[in-house]
Ligand binder design. Structure first.
Ligand code: NDP
Length: 287
């Protein structure tokens, strides 16, 4: 009997963005596929804003299992999808698309990835949160925290317009209480706060010496200080919180956890090993 022919057809996934060359997602997803025994690829693809519609059509035509979207496509891509998860609709942005039977489903895994990191340490139910920033990452984090039962979210942001917009979104889309505080000088969270989250880009490479204007002095010893910055994972905020004896969650945890959710969506529920993914990123970022 003839030997079965080898299979050269790989499962395809990707990240569409512009600029995207510095996005490390491929380096964490492909080792995860390998450890799962999947001969799949994750391509980093530069897609100009004016080419997004064609890129989405192309992914569908070529049988991609799905793709991530990063800057500047997270809102625009929603136009080209067949369905949104309820959370993605409330957040108003999609960073992960799954393609099943020719239909495109949009999800937002940023906030869910963050939530998973927190839940490894404490319940979110009833938590009082200070959220620094009101951009795309903040939006996803705020909505998911609120949907998971956080009781109060204080949004602190430099631009008043964006801060008010996020405050309104939390009020309209969830039952959490919220307040917006314009960021002037150093923000001082009080001792009743359970989570302080930096969701701004302050501290992102190459501005690694940047220091975020927040005081950790009054926080209780149980408070967890979180950062979304993946590169470098040890930001000044993480260092300062650790020096103060507080628990910290770095941006690599969120990045890995959102990647886990993406892989589960694309593979119909197969779970990758987050340790493999984190180790790949740590090797890159020298954590
Ligand atoms: P946006 O551009 O949408 O938002 C940036 C936010 O940072 C805004 O709130 C902006 O305030 C604030 N900001 C930037 N610079 C300053 C400054 N000097 N002083 C005060 N506020 C400032 O970006 P995203 O929300 O998409 O991304 C934010 C960060 O999150 C990035 O570093 C990104 O790498 C990270 N990220 C990490 C993920 C992970 O998995 N770990 C996933 C997604 C994002 P203003 O409104 O006033 O401009």
């Amino acid at each position: 009997m003839a030997k079965p022919s080898p299979n050269f057809l790989q499962g395809l996934t990707a990240c569409f963005g512009f600029p995207v060359a510095e996005n490390p997602t491929q380096a964490m997803i492909e080792p995860a596929y390998k450890a799962m025994g999947l001969d799949w690829r994750y391509l980093t693809i530069e897609v100009l804003p004016e080419n997004l519609a064609e890129a989405v059509k192309g992914a569908k035509a070529m049988g991609f299992r799905g793709f991530n979207c990063t800057i500047p496509h997270k809102v625009e891509v929603m136009k080209y999808l067949d369905e949104l998860t309820p959370a993605a609709a409330k957040i108003g942005a999609v960073n992960c698309v799954a393609i099943k039977n020719g239909k495109l489903l949009g999800e937002n895994t940023d906030g869910k990835g963050f939530l998973q990191s927190v839940r490894e340490h404490r319940s979110v139910e009833g938590a009082k949160v200070v959220l620094l920033g009101a951009g795309g990452a903040a939006r996803a984090i705020a909505v998911e925290l609120a949907l998971a039962g956080a009781s109060h979210i204080t949004v602190v942001n430099r631009s008043v317009e964006r801060g008010l917009e996020l405050e309104k979104r939390i009020q309209d889309q969830t039952s959490a209480k919220t307040a917006f505080v314009p960021w002037q000088g150093t923000f001082v969270p009080d001792k009743s706060v359970d989570l302080v989250v930096n969701s701004t880009s302050i501290g992102l490479f190459p501005d690694v010496d940047a220091r975020i204007a927040v005081s950790l002095d009054q926080l209780s010893d149980d408070c967890i200080v979180c950062d979304v910055i993946p590169n470098p994972p040890k930001t000044n905020l993480m260092r300062d919180a650790q020096a103060r004896g507080l628990r910290t969650l770095d941006g690599l945890g969120m990045l890995v956890n959102q990647g886990v959710i993406g892989i589960e969506l694309w593979t119909d529920g197969q779970s990758p090993d987050p340790k493999v993914m984190r180790a790949s990123l740590e090797a890159i970022f020298g954590a």
